[in-house]
Design a binder for this molecule. Structure first.
Ligand code: GLC
Ligand code: CA
Length: 513
């Protein structure tokens, strides 16, 4: 079981006061992360990039973007982290490059350019739509053909069926392994096996073959932790991890429960606890160790998304309890450790993200409807600067940051939590210690309890001992039938425990009878 902390470098800590977070900021905060109990630090892409999709559009895989620092500073980060017994997880974007990558610049020059076949071209576009709205084919005026891009038009998809492309990618990964990188998060990895002609995109016909090749060429026999972002069925995830091609795979079924099924991420509905139980229970059947996460740089912070913000402390600690004592790795997204929440309703000019802006421009709904969707789902809610303290710009920078600071920073910030014994930060820290020291909580079996209860999420972990974890998912009191004399209270986010659970009350009990 590992504790993995995700950093969104653009918004973590700015040390040269240009309003953008940098590697220096990550180095500065290493002791802070160590103190929390972090083992691995996942950095979203810091490579050279025109930043159309905030680094997921890479123009040079071998160079660190100057906005974040230099290659030497990156190596220093690896060394400094290592000294504290922490490792760095790099983000690998293998499905596409930036349109500014030298391969694409070459490929565009002519139909017979040696790099043409690094990308996917067609004389006629099909009707596949891009994840970032609009058609997935864009016309290249010079050669009069269309190139394929599942994301922004500045992110052309690589042609993985071209062996040269695959070997370029493996070479680059091995370069980072040789530099001392011990972990990788693999971006939209399911898409590499696609076949555009037959419109088989996610979980495509070549997926297993390429994953095996990737594993054999890069990861096999090395001490590397891999976690892939893949939109594939749980059964396929099981096959891939059982074969050992990847260490773990993110699952997204719990993240789409507040969407109207089949209508995409912007069509909103309330999350039903019974559905959440079913999804988590399915995950637990996976033989690999599951990445347990609520939010990331794409998924708005859970606190305001699912819960009533009047109960920030109770809500956030309840969310930790519900999720993190399940079988799996603890994933913390920057700021979750002291209860950062999303921006709430904002006018369109506040949004920076290409996905949000494209949705606003392309979608046919009313402006009011679109702003309502953005209020809940825009990726910018988790991309605002870290709120380190209550000074101007929240201690992130001395200069106006590249993206709006959440106006709640005087109320919600890291320093405040560090200075108060009863804070979200200290709850999480205690919690991590528990999971690291009690074998039953990391290795024990998982059993869902109170299946039919619409308010309470409860489960049991059993190995040498038995622990019961109970979380009231609602912002109201709910009754719970417990014989308290049979249990020892290991953790409780309130001071008392009665047969009526308080709003968002969460407890960990050990059976003593
Ligand atoms: C992944 C990343 C996301 C990015 C997309 C395209 O989903 O997490 O931030 O926009 O891939 O690379
Ligand atoms: Ca900076």
């Amino acid at each position: 079981m590992k504790v993995i902390y995700q950093i969104y470098p653009l918004s973590f800590k700015d040390t040269n006061n240009d309003g953008i977070g940098d590697i220096g900021g990550v180095i500065e905060k290493l002791p802070y992360l160590k103190e929390l109990g972090v083992d691995y630090i996942w950095l979203t892409p810091i490579y050279e990039s025109p930043m159309i999709d905030n680094g997921y559009d890479i123009s040079d895989y071998y160079n660190i973007s100057p906005i974040f620092g230099t290659n030497d500073e990156f190596l220093k980060l690896l060394t400094e982290a290592k000294k504290m017994d922490m490792n760095i997880i790099m983000d690998l974007v293998l499905n596409h490059t930036s349109s500014e990558h030298k391969w694409f610049k070459e490929a565009k020059k002519s139909k017979d350019n040696p790099f043409r076949n690094y990308y996917i071209w067609s004389e006629k576009p099909s009707d596949i739509t891009s994840t970032f709205s609009g058609n997935a084919w864009t016309k290249d005026e010079l050669t009069n053909e269309y190139y394929f891009h599942l994301f922004a038009k500045e992110q052309p998809d690589l042609n993985w069926q071209n062996e040269k492309v695959r070997h370029e990618m493996y070479k680059m990964i091995n370069y980072y392994i040789d530099s001392g990188v011990k972990g990788f998060r693999l971006d939209v990895l399911d898409l590499i096996g696609k076949d555009v002609k037959t419109n088989k995109l996610s979980n495509g016909p070549y997926l297993l073959e390429y994953l095996e090749e990737l594993y054999e060429t890069c990861f096999k026999g090395k001490d590397i932790y891999t976690v892939a972002e893949m939109g594939i069925p749980l059964e396929v995830s099981k096959i891939i991890t059982e074969k050992g091609y990847l260490s773990s795979i993110f699952q997204f079924d719990h993240i789409i429960l507040d969407e109207v099924k089949g209508k995409g991420k912007w069509a909103l509905r309330d999350l039903e606890l019974l559905e959440l139980k079913e999804v988590f229970n399915n995950y637990q059947s996976n033989p690999s160790i599951i990445p347990l996460f609520w939010s990331n740089h794409d998924q708005p912070r859970a606190l305001g998304r699912y819960l009533n913000l009047d109960y920030r402390y109770y809500g956030q600690t309840m969310l930790f309890t519900l999720l993190y004592l399940q079988r799996g790795h603890i994933y913390i997204y920057q700021g979750e450790e002291f209860g950062m929440s999303g921006l709430g309703y904002q006018p369109i000019n506040v949004y920076k993200d290409v996905e949000s802006i494209n949705f606003f421009n392309y979608s046919k709904e009313s402006t009011e409807e679109k702003l309502k969707s953005l209020k809940v789902k825009s990726r910018d809610h988790s991309r605002t600067p870290m709120q380190w303290d209550d000074s101007l710009y929240a201690g992130f920078s001395n200069r106006k940051p590249w993206i709006i600071v959440n106006p709640n920073y005087q109320e919600v910030n890291c320093l405040k939590d560090l200075n108060s014994a009863n804070s979200i930060y200290y709850f999480l820290k205690k919690f991590i210690e528990l999971k690291k020291t009690i074998k039953t909580l990391s290795k024990g079996s998982f059993e869902m309890l109170l299946w039919e209860n619409e308010d309470i999420f409860a489960y049991k972990r059993t190995l040498d001992e038995t622990y019961i974890i109970i979380a009231n998912f609602k912002d109201k009191c709910v009754c719970l039938d417990l014989k308290l004399q049979d249990y020892e209270i290991v953790l409780n986010n309130y001071d008392t425990l009665t047969s009526k659970l308080n709003p968002y009350q969460a407890i960990v009990l050990k059976i003593i009878k």
